[in-house]
Design a protein around this ligand. Structure first.
Ligand SMILES: [Zn+2]
Length: 404
């Protein structure tokens, strides 16, 4: 079995202000208390105990998520997930993540990406085919010739199997500076996994409107594909919604970076890549009829990049299916989406369609711990009557092997 989507970076690589924004959103007035705990070794130890003993029912799930993120080494996170897969002989796609540019404080104390990668390379050196590391790329880290040289140097180690990008952290996947990555991936027929949900982790700095831009340069400037994207950006810029008001509003704006249509210029230009639009749009998009439930008119507008017509809404789940049918180099995974068992009938229908050979099993460890623990997610999937034994095998064995 291969789990095609996990993360094992720990708190060493996460900017401080990320935790602040995140905790404020989840814990409200308790956020400062938790942040203080996080800032000392004794506090982190205490948090682990609190999480383990479930003393805070309301925040227990999140405390358990923090506990894992607070493991001292990436190795410990890998050992932790592997406990849930005993007897299943599982390998993991390790998606590294450069978070140095996601906030105003990301570079405080120096860039952290090289340390994260050095640890991952050490794990690969020791464990061989137990792990398949994907190299995280961000155009603000390196671009053009510098990025080209960096990628080749990393590939020469023989430790990497593919690339990971996370546009919601503040860039477009078609960004011209990323050209060396797309060309290298295409020439070597490599997999690239990108985060594709409307919400999750996103850019939390103060410069979001600069990053959004007006007509960002593209690796494929063909107006057939770029014009609709520029129109969407313009529509969002014209829309004077509550999103403009504060950092929390970045989450809405970051929809623009992650939109599935942003990959069309790439899929057309680079036919030999294996591009995975991860999460199939996310559980909310799979169950799209509930997406607008209880939302204000403004929220509906923001959700849909300023369009705001709930009746005509095409969910990201539907959009990804259309793109997969159109482009044979377009893949998806069902990580984190699996966490919500209501999505199973719809995912199972996909496994009976012509695109079934490009859907991958993954869980998004340890992100999914915010909602459910790894063993439960895995057990729910393996025991689900919605998928036949052949379909399960296709998801976690056949397709994942072809992908990596
Ligand atoms: Zn992920």
């Amino acid at each position: 079995m291969i789990n095609a989507h996990i993360h094992i970076f720990n708190y060493h690589f996460i900017p401080e202000d990320f935790l602040k924004v995140r905790l404020d959103g989840i814990l409200g007035s308790k956020a400062d208390f938790f942040l203080r705990l996080l800032s000392s070794k004794a506090g982190r130890k205490l948090l682990k105990i609190l999480g383990a003993q479930r003393l805070f029912p309301k925040v227990t799930r999140y405390a358990e998520f923090l506990n894992v993120g607070l493991f001292e080494t990436q190795d410990q996170l890998l050992q932790h997930i592997d406990k849930s897969y005993q007897g299943l002989n599982t390998s993991y796609v390790l998606l590294t993540l450069n978070m140095d540019y996601m906030s105003d404080q990301g570079l405080k104390g120096g860039p952290k990406i090289e340390t994260q990668l050095a640890e991952i390379m050490d794990i690969k050196r020791r464990l061989g085919n137990k792990v398949y590391p994907f190299l995280s790329i961000d155009p603000r880290h390196l671009g053009g010739a510098e990025l080209d040289a960096w990628i080749k140097q990393k590939w020469a180690t023989g430790y990497f199997s593919g690339f990971k990008i996370y546009p919601a952290l503040g860039f477009y996947p078609f960004d011209e500076r990323l050209k060396p990555m797309w060309e290298f991936a295409n020439a070597n027929k490599l997999p690239v996994t990108t985060h594709c949900t409307r919400f999750g982790v996103n850019y939390i700095g103060s410069g979001v409107w600069n990053l959004i831009g007006t007509r960002p340069l593209s690796v494929n400037p063909d107006p057939v594909y770029m014009q609709p994207i520029y129109e969407r950006i313009q529509r969002y810029r014209n829309y004077q919604g509550p999103a403009r008001k504060d950092i929390q509003g970045n989450a809405w704006a970051c929809n623009l970076f992650s939109h599935p249509s942003n990959y069309e210029p790439i899929l057309v230009k680079y036919p030999d890549i294996k591009l995975c639009l991860a999460h199939f749009g996310g559980a909310e998009e799979v169950l799209a009829e509930t997406l607008f439930k209880g939302k204000t008119e403004d929220e509906v507008k923001m959700l849909d990049n300023g369009v705001g017509n709930a009746a005509a809404y095409i969910s990201w789940f539907e959009l990804i299916k259309i793109m997969m049918a159109k482009y044979p180099n377009c893949w998806t995974d069902i990580s984190y989406t699996l966490e919500n068992t209501k999505t199973f009938p719809r995912l199972s229908a996909v496994m009976k369609s012509p695109i079934a050979d490009r859907v991958l099993f993954g869980t998004d460890f340890f992100m999914e711990l915010q909602d459910k623990d790894e063993s439960t997610v895995l057990r729910n999937f393996l025991n689900a009557p919605d998928f036949s034994a052949t379909e399960k095998l296709q998801l976690y064995e056949v397709n994942t092997h072809r992908f990596v």
